[in-house]
Design a protein around this ligand. Structure first.
Ligand SMILES: [Mg+2]
Length: 393
């Protein structure tokens, strides 16, 4: 089998997402996606990656990964758009491999370590993560962001009624942005704790609560936030700090009893290793289409397992990232959760794929279709807001 064509597809509707399709001479099409700086990633794919891949066997996945990473990414810090491009291509190649042998990807990663994959709901709305930003958090259907900001207890009850027993919110973000992450007053701490208190008052310990920080804080204020959360039994604090300073994360970890999670912002084994060696985090989060694709994420999961830590998969980005995480987390012995955004799965994911995941009682059921388990709907490529770029053999 040979790679004959590589397409990138960007939709104005969700402009940060880049879909990548890899075509073969046997008619199989593998698909992946990645997120942020989509134009730059497409530029790298058509300018550098496609010339190296066209005409090659799509099944030699590690060989292609190494050629692209060693040849390009590692020469520019081993991160950035090159690694996101490699990630999306890698997912597409695993999709082709799975289709070619008639197996879901998790079976090619060693088979299932679990029969159901627990989820939590990241409580954004359908418009979260894409422009216009003024639309974020307005009332409307599935506007979970609005609901937890106004009546977090109602959202907790609603999720529980669906069987979802874990939710992620980011109640300190506005304060962090206002204060440049430098300070937080007692009054502001109380303001940030409000939705957490409402959830605990309404549903007690029936709901697990994850607190997201989006890297908006500096260490002293982050320590205050983590300590203030200690009495509320939160599942973790996530990325209060950006992840480039592992020493700062280690310091936060040493100063609080709240479990510290890090980080979807780290890419490849090379960036996760110091986090693990310094015992700076309790839970390892990775994004399969930021960190190097299924090939690399599988290794990072194994590395975390070597240090005795659980791993959890990020998705607030796209349907193929979600499914890549599902396959990885089904296979990994140490995976805990797959992140999901119900507001995405039930709205714009349905505009681009015929099916993403099946969720029952707060857990994803293993996909049974070969490969990644879904594909782009054909009309996506002819949408008026689509920018499609093609490289051919
Ligand atoms: Mg996050």
């Amino acid at each position: 089998m040979k790679i004959t064509r590589i397409e990138t597809i960007q939709l104005a509707d969700t402009p940060f997402v880049l879909y990548v399709r890899v075509h073969t001479d046997e008619g199989l099409i593998g698909t992946g996606d990645t997120f942020m700086s989509a134009e730059g990633i497409a530029g790298y794919i058509h300018g550098r990656a496609a010339p190296k891949l066209l005409g090659k066997d799509p099944g030699q996945i590690q060989r292609h990964w190494t050629a692209l990473y060693d040849g390009d990414a590692a020469r520019f810090g081993g991160q950035g758009i090159e690694v996101r491009a490699i990630s999306a291509i890698d997912v597409a190649l695993w999709d082709i491999l799975g289709q070619s042998v008639g197996r879901p990807i998790y079976e090619l990663l060693g088979g299932r370590s679990r029969d159901r994959l627990p989820i939590y709901n990241t409580c954004g709305g359908p418009a979260y993560g894409r422009p216009p930003y003024e639309a974020h958090g307005r009332p409307g259907p599935l506007e979970d962001l609005y609901t937890w900001n106004t009546a977090a207890e109602d959202l907790a009850e609603d999720l529980l009624s669906e069987g979802i027993t874990a939710m992620k919110i980011w109640p300190f973000d506005d304060i962090g942005l206002r204060n440049q992450g430098l300070t937080i007053s007692a009054e502001e701490l109380e303001q940030g704790l409000e939705p957490v208190k409402r959830i605990r008052r309404a549903v007690g310990s029936r709901m697990r609560i994850m607190i997201e920080g989006h890297g908006f804080w500096r260490l002293p204020a982050a320590v205050k936030i983590a300590r203030a959360l200690e009495e509320y039994d939160v599942e973790w604090v996530e990325d209060l700090l950006l992840a480039h300073d592992i020493g700062a994360i280690a310091s936060l970890h040493a100063q609080t009893r709240v479990p510290v999670l890090a980080s979807e912002y780290l890419v490849t084994r090379h960036q996760f290793l110091p986090l693990l060696e310094q015992r700076a985090a309790d839970i390892i989060m990775l994004d399969p289409t930021w960190t190097g694709g299924i090939t690399e994420a599988h290794k990072i999961g194994a590395l975390a397992d070597t240090f005795g830590l659980p791993v959890t998969m990020h998705d607030c980005t796209g349907p193929f990232t979600l499914l890549a995480g599902v396959h990885l987390a089904l296979a990994a012995p140490n995976a805990t959760y797959q992140e999901t955004v119900r507001a995405y799965i039930r709205t714009w994911y349905q505009d681009v794929v015929p099916h993403s995941v099946t969720i029952e009682d707060g857990a994803i059921l293993p996909p049974t279709a070969p490969g990644i388990g879904t594909s782009l709907l054909p009309d996506v490529l002819t949408r008026r807001d689509a920018t499609v770029v093609t490289s051919t053999l």
